[in-house]
Design a protein. Structure first.
Length: 639
């Protein structure tokens, strides 16, 4: 469970902390051996002539079982495979912002901050990728995959035309001209299955300190390795991942899980170039090098080496990218600011295409230019939870009545200044398996609330026992609780003195709502949840399953738990159907109603009229999907 007002906060590690963490991890990587494989590239990248020379083995296998051995990393010397950036004047350039100075690494497996996520999302890709428009998981480096009949073994067939890209800097700083002066990009070897083997083994080491590494514990052996203080090469070999050949990857799970496909899109599962990581072990962060050095990447954009330490970070389209791009962006300029006001001033002068909107400026901007303000939902839902053992809420009719009496939109407007969307079911927008936000579930319905009340054990709320309502210690939590209490008074006729609001520290709230807390348990309380991975399993199953979740409401097991298990293993199309049915089973007119989804958090963003995009609700922005009307931008900038 997560503090519901710091639900998406991220640790911003200092560079020194990162170096200590990486030094510890590299002690486990001293046994890295690089062996050549007798296979070359298949198809040349577009618009490039390629000569491939297969190198001789450049390292030796260290047979000690106490050392990590990564085999078959192909070292290919690719000559004459370079591409020069397009320098024409009609390149479509996107100008965006980075607020604050929280970038410490671009390593996809350990980056955490929002700025890092935006950069990583465009510089690195994995086996699959989340489509922000449809919520579907789409092929990326893996062009197809097979699943064994028992659901445990996943075999991914990799593309052979995706490469590790090395940007080559020019001698002129990009800040001496309008456009960056990236000299060329070099594709120095293909991405192979052993890149994934190396990366997953690395993420399963606790010394790497990968955020949310527990997500990978569904991979055979990963949790065991993570919890060991000493790990040998033989131990690592027992993790359920192996390279069948150069472009075939096999991953073995410890339980069937169809939602594993969603997890393959996460940054923690994106590959890193094994030999580059190893070579940088004594020089700091391979993914955040010194001035002028290059960041090796594999995504739709490459990072201009000379922009990495300035006030502007520049990405250019990867000239070797083999997949079609939905957008038309060639260059992305990230202007770095210390506060929102600086960014807003530049945006108002039409020198930024997109900018965040500070809460303090929200009312003024919404009153002046509402057409340029966009409300972007996040995958963070706040809810009320019922103690299903309490004298009041053991009755399903009363749970339905108290849930339907809450006006979600009024809470969003009054407590959170409109920064949210009302929820009538649990799974928020942008999550695989989520129904449309205005479908399924009862939501706010005073008439239904009153009818449900009289269908219960009493005809009037004032005849019910005292209700203990426990909330976190913040002012906004108290304000929300007071509004909810007043709604129960107005809609259900409860006595205000009957509803006892109790504010406690968040740790006390968690301790008091454990099923084992006995008489300490309140009747109802506030909590929140954010996606660890954008799949309905992470919501309905991980919050509400009777045995495999915390089950803080203490709901007895029933047929819905069998359906939750079935949905976790079913084919994607069937999973969507099952999750729609489960949302109705939990939150429909005849639903169990163990919790009351209130709202999903949202943020306001400023957007110029000439740019069109679907913003991210999980992870970083995908700038290769953005469309920008360059002619309109030039015209409006001249006004």
């Amino acid at each position: 469970m997560i503090d519901n007002h710091n639900i998406c906060s991220r640790r911003c590690q200092s560079r020194q902390a990162w170096q200590r963490r990486w030094t510890r991890a590299l002690l486990w990587l001293l046994g890295l051996a690089v062996l050549a494989a007798g296979a070359g590239c298949q198809d040349a990248p577009p618009e490039a002539e390629m000569e491939v020379e297969t190198a001789e083995p450049t390292g030796e296998t260290i047979p000690s079982p106490d050392e990590i051995i990564i085999t078959r990393v192909v070292q290919q010397q690719i000559t004459n495979v370079v591409a020069t950036p397009d320098t024409s004047q009609d390149l479509v350039t996107l100008d965006v912002t980075l607020i604050g100075d929280d970038i410490t690494t671009l390593d996809p497996q350990i980056s955490e901050g929002s700025n890092e996520r935006d950069l990583v999302e465009n510089l690195f890709v994995g086996l699959t990728r989340l489509n922000q428009v449809t919520g579907e998981i789409e092929p990326m480096i893996a062009q197809s995959w097979d699943i064994s009949p028992d659901g445990l073994v996943w075999t991914f067939h990799l593309r052979e035309d995706m490469y590790w890209i090395r940007p080559v800097p020019s001698s002129t700083s990009i800040f001496q001209s309008v456009e960056p002066q990236l000299k060329e990009s070099q594709a120095f070897r293909p991405i192979i299955a052993d890149d994934f083997v190396f990366s997953i083994r690395r993420a399963c080491l606790s010394q790497t300190d990968a955020p949310n590494a527990f997500i990978l514990f569904m991979i055979e052996g990963c949790e065991r390795i993570y919890r060991q203080s000493e790990v040998s090469g033989n131990d690592l070999a027992e993790i359920g991942i192996r390279a069948v050949d150069l472009f075939t990857l096999e991953i073995t799970l410890n339980r069937p899980a169809s939602y594993f496909l969603t997890i393959t899109a996460l940054p923690i599962m994106r590959p890193v170039p094994a030999e580059i990581v190893f070579e940088a072990r004594n020089a700091g962060d391979w993914a955040w090098p010194a001035d002028g050095d290059e960041v090796i990447s594999n995504g739709p954009f490459v990072l201009d080496p000379q922009s990495i330490r300035g006030t502007k970070i520049v990405l250019r389209r990867n000239p070797f990218w083999p997949l079609p791009m939905a957008g038309n962006i060639e260059i992305v300029n990230f202007f770095q600011f210390s506060d929102f006001r600086e960014a807003f001033n530049l945006w108002e002068k039409r020198n930024l295409d997109i900018a965040p909107l500070a809460n303090s400026m929200q009312a003024d901007v919404l009153s002046r230019i509402p057409q340029k303000v966009q409300l972007v939902p996040e995958q963070a839902v706040f809810y009320l939870a019922f103690n299903m053992d309490s004298a009041v809420f053991r009755h399903v009719e009363l749970r339905r009545a108290f849930a339907a009496a809450i006006d979600r939109q009024e809470i969003i407007d009054e407590v959170y200044a409109g920064r949210g969307l009302p929820m009538r079911h649990l799974t928020p927008p942008g999550v695989f398996g989520a129904p449309p936000i205005d479908q399924l579930g009862v939501g706010y319905d005073p008439d239904f609330a009153r009818l449900s009340l009289v269908a219960g054990p009493t005809t009037a709320c004032r005849f019910l026992p005292e209700i203990r309502y426990m909330v976190n210690s913040s002012d906004s939590d108290l304000f929300q609780a007071e509004m909810v209490r007043d709604m129960w008074v107005d809609v259900l006729g409860c006595d205000p003195e009957q509803i006892m609001i109790e504010q406690v520290q968040f740790g006390t709230l968690l301790a008091s709502t454990r099923p084992q807390a006995g008489d300490l348990r309140p009747d109802v309380w506030d909590l929140g949840w954010a996606s660890y991975y954008p799949d309905a399993n992470n919501w309905l199953y991980d919050i509400l399953h009777c045995t495999s979740s915390d089950n803080r409401v203490n709901r007895p097991c029933s047929e819905v738990d069998d359906q939750l298990e079935r949905a976790a293993r079913a084919e994607p199309a069937l999973r969507v159907q099952l999750y729609r049915r489960l949302e109705t089973d939990f939150f429909g007119p005849d639903g169990i109603t163990p919790i009351v989804p209130i709202y999903t958090r949202a943020r306001y963003r400023l957007r110029q009229t000439w740019v069109n995009f679907i913003p991210n609700s999980f992870g970083g922005e995908q700038y290769d999907t953005y469309q920008l009307d360059w002619e309109l931008k030039k015209i409006e900038k001249q006004q």
